[in-house]
Design a protein around this ligand. Structure first.
Ligand SMILES: Cc1cc2nc3c(=O)[nH]c(=O)nc-3n(C[C@H](O)[C@H](O)[C@H](O)COP(=O)(O)O)c2cc1C
Ligand code: SF4
Ligand code: SF4
Length: 455
């Protein structure tokens, strides 16, 4: 048996079993049994059905996007409502999918209004044989105007009451899906836990306007000359999702509730990052709408490869491993020091790092005066901000190297406790004191009088 064979990707998420943690989020890719069967056949382990609720009418058009540089759909927006397909059709197809794929997770996403409606629809999806229920408290457009979706996600007390109704009625595991359109995600997170939810998923979409059409002067997507705010998702929202996941996983009363991570997931690396912050299943929408169900093959191969290299056999071996390393700023080591180093063999002499540091950072990069094209780092000016390494178009050309000897450790928290924080601008202990900056008038000279710029 080789190492790969020992790896077990299966999950038991709050009682919902699936062959792997790759699930489809409730959205257009889960609108029909046809799509979900195709997805399971391609390798997805679970699917949250497009939200079922009450009869709706959708508009045309529905989607907008942020194209950044050559990248299409770096961010994606929609003003679509919950499913507009007849409930009976969805229920029949759910039962059929479960017949073909009994070991895969089929989860019914639900959004209704009154207690009676919740009880009725829960009974119907349970009878259809689904493995779990997800409560959609997230839609930031349309449904929230009718008191549902994010209107619930933004009112912890209302959310808790509905979770309680659902928990009383349901006989299968319940996942509460949260809206990111709130200042403290722990407020609805805690409300869901107090309502006794079995699990949480997040994030739903971020309330947004992706752009304005310069002919009709209406926001995208334009519907007959008018628009409305949409829900933003795709790669652009991943940082928001990771941060909210971390907030929930570090909360003492929430951290033991399983969380399904959603938001901008596209590659195996994204999956690993969500798991490292504690998610034990992930859900994907935009990446599938962009590239199709086949992306799961790269996710699976990459995840297995990562686990093999690190010696993990299940995802529970590394779930949450990054959490102890996410701390408050005041606990970061003020004595740690990194500086930029340019690899001359890789540098293509584009000058981007020079411009970025001179105009946007700390004037710590000089251009050579001898006709060469490789910029020079002025070590004593470099504060180690990373900017040059981030703008450099060549992989690993500028690296940030450790300059301190690793022996000293001092944090703002410790300084405060010991009453040693700087308390005047001229205090020798203040951070910026003594840092080199050019004189204002130097901006008007064409060359700086620094290492390389002396005329
Ligand atoms: C067109 C579209 C329709 C969506 N419909 C639903 C829905 O019916 N129910 C729901 O809970 N989330 C819905 N979502 C939100 C997704 O399930 C998901 O939470 C969000 O898109 C973030 O994931 P992503 O970045 O992978 O797209 C929808 C998203 C999109 C783009
Ligand atoms: S790390 Fe920051 S300060 Fe240092 S050279 Fe790069 S851009 Fe300048
Ligand atoms: S950005 Fe990178 S490649 Fe361009 S000059 Fe600077 S080090 Fe060289």
């Amino acid at each position: 048996m080789n190492k790969k064979d020992k790896i077990d990707l299966s999950v038991n998420f709050a009682g919902i079993k699936a062959p792997n943690p790759f699930w489809l989020a409730s959205a257009p890719p889960t609108n029909t049994g046809y799509q979900i069967m195709k997805a399971f056949d391609a390798g997805w382990g679970g699917a949250v059905w497009k939200t079922l609720g009450m009869p709706t009418i959708n508009v045309s058009s529905r989607y907008g996007s942020i194209n950044y540089g050559d990248t299409r759909m770096a961010g994606f927006s929609n003003i679509e409502l919950i499913t507009d397909r007849p409930l009976e059709d969805n229920l029949r197809e759910m039962a059929e999918v479960k017949k073909y794929f009994p070991d895969h997770a089929v989860i019914a996403s639900l959004m209704v209004d009154t207690r009676q409606e919740w009880e009725d629809i829960i009974k119907q999806v349970e009878d259809a044989g689904v493995d779990g229920i997800e409560l959609n408290f997230g839609c930031p457009h349309g449904m929230c105007e009718r008191g549902m979706g994010s209107a619930v996600g933004q009112e912890p007390e209302v959310l808790k009451t509905i979770v309680e109704w659902v928990m009383e009625a349901a006989n299968i595991p319940v996942i509460t899906k949260l809206s990111p359109n709130i200042t403290h995600i722990t407020d609805p997170g805690l409300a869901a836990v107090h309502g006794k939810t079995d699990a949480i998923s997040l994030i739903n979409t971020v309330k947004s306007i992706v752009g304005i059409d310069l002919d009709s002067y209406a926001p995208y997507p334009v519907v007959d000359g008018k628009g409305t705010n949409g829900g933003y998702c795709g790669p652009a929202v991943k940082p928001i999702a990771l941060h909210m996941l971390k907030d929930l996983m570090q909360h003492p009363e929430i951290k033991n509730t399983p969380i399904s991570g959603i938001g901008g997931i596209e590659t195996w690396r994204d999956v690993v990052e969500f798991i490292l912050l504690g998610a034990t299943s992930v859900q994907v929408c935009t990446a599938v709408m962009h590239y199709g169900f086949g992306i799961v093959r790269e996710m699976e191969a990459g995840l297995i490869n990562f686990m093999e290299n690190k010696g993990y056999t299940t995802i529970y071996d590394f779930a949450g491993k990054a959490l102890p390393n996410v701390t408050d700023w005041k606990h970061l080591n003020l004595k740690s020091e990194v500086k930029a180093i340019i690899n001359e063999d890789k540098c293509i002499g584009c000058g981007l790092c020079y411009i970025a540091c001179d105009d946007g950072a700390h004037q710590a990069i000089a251009l050579p005066t001898d006709g060469g094209r490789i910029p020079i780092i002025i070590e004593e000016n470099c504060v180690g901000c990373n900017l040059c390494s981030l703008v450099c178009p060549v992989e690993e050309c500028i690296t940030m190297e450790k300059f301190d000897d690793g022996k000293e450790h001092e944090t703002w928290h410790e300084l405060t406790e010991q009453n040693r924080i700087p308390n005047t601008w001229n205090d020798d202990r203040a951070g910026g004191k003594g840092h080199y900056v050019p004189e204002p008038a130097d901006a008007l000279k064409n060359k700086r009088k620094d290492k390389s710029g002396t005329k």
